[in-house]
Design a protein around this ligand. Structure first.
Ligand code: NAD
Length: 296
């Protein structure tokens, strides 16, 4: 049966790296700071924001929380983002999605300074990833890539199948795997013979949002399976979280597999912290160190 890929342990390693980077920056007089913006009262969003702020505190990243009512205007939100963009003491800006319907989500994401865009959703970062430039990349797929590299080492030449083509997981995952020299196939709701295509994969990343859709029938023996899905279902009279992969069935055939929970989830937050550190370094490297008064 498949080896379990322990996302909690991997996340602890990433967070320890971040902790070291925080100490190094603080020695230079820089306090890495993440601003988290939460609009409205979606309960899941509140839980996500609380977890992000808690994790930041644990690794020594300062966090600033901005909670706005569901009826906030787009202009007010954009003004806040402008203020955070201009604030040299803020290194990362995260706007928790989804936003209320009356606000254009894309306009808000585009308003964030790309160098502070710790979610990696700004078009400049999306384009940069596609061109293979070093940019801030989305936390969930970046965390998945790290799990794969920790498990398999060099991914060159492997065939990776990504199931799902969302802007936040599927598409950036495909771009990252391509960057890591995989041959990449992206499957989606209109794909024909999806299971047969998936059976050709050395690596399967499932980001669909359908409980247990991918079972052993989708897998080649020995495939490595990363399950991004988080689905709440009712089973045997209780509520539980399951992935997009049928764990019991898949783990009989896969060589390694992430559990849900305890797989990709912890890595997502760990990479948010890592991105905040990368953003802080980026801004301080780019900032003019000392402007000579006589020349300005
Ligand atoms: P989404 O709904 O935006 O996208 C789902 C994708 O699945 C679509 O591109 C669609 O084409 C594809 N799809 C739907 N039915 C399909 C089918 N039958 N066969 C093949 N493809 C099909 O979802 P998302 O935001 O990418 O999230 C996917 C899952 O990952 C969700 O369960 C979500 O909760 C979870 N998620 C987890 C994390 C984490 O930190 N672990 C982060 C983000 C999302």
């Amino acid at each position: 049966t498949a080896r379990l890929i322990d996302g909690k342990a991997a996340a602890a390693t990433v967070l320890a790296e971040v902790r070291g980077d925080v100490d190094a920056l603080e020695a230079e007089g820089i306090e890495p700071t993440l601003a988290v913006v939460l609009v409205g009262d979606d309960p899941a969003s509140h839980v996500y924001v609380r977890n992000k702020v808690l994790r930041a505190g644990e690794v020594g990243i300062r966090s600033l929380e901005y909670r706005l009512g569901a009826d906030v205007s787009a202009d007010e939100l954009l003004e806040l983002i402008e203020r955070l963009n201009a604030d040299r003491d803020v290194h990362g800006i995260l706007v928790q999605l989804p936003l209320p319907r009356h606000i254009d989500e894309n306009a808000v994401l585009e308003a964030i300074d790309p160098r502070k865009d710790v979610d990696g959703f700004h078009s400049e970062n999306v384009g940069g990833l596609s061109q293979g430039r070093e940019v801030l990349t989305p936390c969930t797929p970046t965390g998945c890539l790290r799990l794969l590299q920790d498990s398999l080492g060099d991914l060159s030449g492997l065939h990776a199948v990504v199931v799902g083509r969302s802007n936040i997981v599927g598409k950036p995952m495909a771009a990252l795997l391509l960057q890591a020299n995989c041959s990449v196939t992206v499957l989606h709701s209109r794909s024909r013979d999806a299971a047969a295509l998936c059976r050709q994969a050395d690596i399967v990343v499932a980001a669909v949002g359908r409980p247990r859709m991918i079972d052993a029938g989708w897998l080649k023996p020995g495939a490595v399976v990363i399950d991004v899905g988080i689905n709440r279902i009712e089973e045997d009279g209780r509520s539980r979280l399951v992935g997009d992969v049928d764990f019991a069935s898949a783990s009989a055939l896969a060589s390694a597999i992430t559990p849900v929970p305890g797989g990709v989830g912890p890595m997502t937050i760990a990479y948010l912290m890592k991105n905040t550190l990368i953003a802080a370094r980026l801004q301080h490297a780019a900032a003019p160190e000392a402007v000579c008064p006589s020349t300005c």
